[in-house]
Design a binder for this molecule. Structure first.
Ligand code: SF4
Length: 433
């Protein structure tokens, strides 16, 4: 009987890739059939996210549901960032869980399922040079980790406490993985890391890598079958001129740049320990727009970080007006365990926090309403990656805009010119021309 695997992946693209790695490792020993129905699964994996409190609370109620409905013999495993920071506590709060595997311990999944109970949340364990087996949820989408962990110490962020110190993956592994993926049909390579543009600073052996990020991008673009390169997340601090130059001049690099701002106030950026100022961020964003006029810039913004005054918030709104981001991910500050910000006492009250978040999101909606009509009748190159439930095929432009079209699914995995007929804030509808 082929065993069935139910896997739920929460959080970021790195978690998506970690889930693919776990499936590849499991398939090394015996193939698992993926199922969307946890009731028929022999193995239930929850790959968790800890960036905000909400997903953590949701985790235990979900485990409760799985325990109630699962097959008697089925095993439950909790993986990812919440596993890393809660560890043993997960067994206490949910004794039916069989194993807890941290975000740095993915390669140990086979060992984990071979034991009745298993716990490994060592955030210093180094898998950066581990050659995982091959598995991709979507054959047209090739996520590739180029580093693990993060050396920054942003005051609000739990990631360094769950994913450990930053280590770059050897470039040989990355290039061979990119070539394999492209030769197996993925025209777009999506590079992943907490700070991708800090790549090459330190390998497992403590030494500096042969290539920095700009050079790695250039090397990957030399692979014929690779048509597009995308990456996340770069850090504004490492957006030097070499990086902007390679980004703007290499036609294979998709013209979408994620620039996590977090706050527009230099004073708040200092308490956040982000390492850059409002002026640096603005200068880099404006230079990027000059060098790459069709670039789309997205960002992350936290409102109501402890100590944020009306003036600080006004600085954030000023950056919103100056940069006019094509996409924003915005949140009210959420205190995370183990972080320095969690000790801060000068909290902003929740009513003010909600009001600021609304002002920010309304501002962005207004900016989108000014931008979106301009895409009407525009022709974009779109890489079709998925079939939607409504029968439409969906893909992304170089700018990372989502485009949907009523076309045959035979176009999946193809890059086609699409004329936009009905632009909307989050999706551009069009037809292949
Ligand atoms: S750079 Fe900062 S926000 Fe990003 S993962 Fe590292 S600590 Fe977190």
């Amino acid at each position: 009987m082929v065993k069935k695997l139910f896997i739920e992946t929460l959080g970021c693209a790195m978690n998506v890739r970690d889930s693919e790695h776990m499936i590849a490792e499991l398939n090394r020993e015996e193939p698992y059939l993926l199922t969307k129905d946890a009731k028929e699964a022999d193995l239930i994996l929850i790959n968790t996210c800890s960036v905000r409190e909400k997903p953590v609370n949701k985790l235990f109620s979900e485990i409760g549901q799985f325990v109630k409905h699962k097959k008697k013999s089925a095993k439950i495993g909790v993986c990812g960032c919440t596993a890393s920071h809660l560890g043993e506590e997960i067994f206490k709060r949910a004794p039916e869980v069989n194993f807890v595997l941290g975000a740095r311990n993915v390669s140990k999944i086979r060992e984990a399922i071979s034991k009745e109970k298993f716990l490994d949340v060592n955030i210093n364990y180094d898998e950066s040079a581990y050659a995982f087996g091959e598995f991709r949820q979507n054959p047209h989408k090739a996520y590739i980790n180029i580093s693990i962990g993060c050396d920054k110490k942003c005051a609000f962020c739990i990631v360094p406490h769950t994913r450990g110190e930053e280590i770059s993956v050897p470039h040989e592994l990355i290039l061979s993985e990119a070539e394999r993926a492209a030769k197996s049909g993925a025209k777009e390579i999506f590079l992943l890391g907490q700070n991708v543009n800090n790549y090459g600073r330190r390998l497992s052996n403590g030494k500096k890598g042969e290539f920095n990020f700009s050079q790695l991008l250039t090397q990957i673009s030399k692979i014929n079958e690779v048509k597009r390169i995308r990456f996340t997340s770069p850090h504004p601090l490492h957006m030097d001129d070499e990086f902007l130059e390679v980004f703007a001049s290499n036609p294979k690099i998709c013209k979408s740049m994620h620039m996590p701002l977090q706050s527009g106030s230099t004073a708040i950026l200092k308490t956040m320990r982000r390492g850059y100022t409002k002026e640096w961020f603005l200068e880099r964003a404006q230079k990027l727009r000059r060098m790459s006029p069709d670039v789309a810039i997205s960002t992350d913004i936290i409102v109501a970080f402890p100590g944020e005054s009306e003036k600080d918030f006004a600085d954030t709104m000023e950056i919103m007006e100056e940069v006019r981001f094509e996409q924003i991910f915005s949140f009210k500050y959420s205190a995370r365990p183990l972080t320095t910000a969690a000790q801060m006492t000068n909290m902003v009250d929740d009513k003010t926090a909600s009001a600021r978040l609304k002002i920010l999101q309304d501002k962005h909606a207004a900016i989108l309403d000014e931008m979106t009509p301009n895409y009407k009748d525009k022709i974009f190159e779109v890489y079709f990656e998925e079939l939607r439930e409504n029968g439409m095929i969906a893909g992304r432009t170089s700018q990372n805009f989502t485009v949907c079209a009523e076309e045959s699914e035979k176009l999946l995995g193809e890059i086609k010119n699409v004329k936009i007929t009905r632009p909307q804030r989050l999706i551009l509808y069009g037809q292949v021309v």
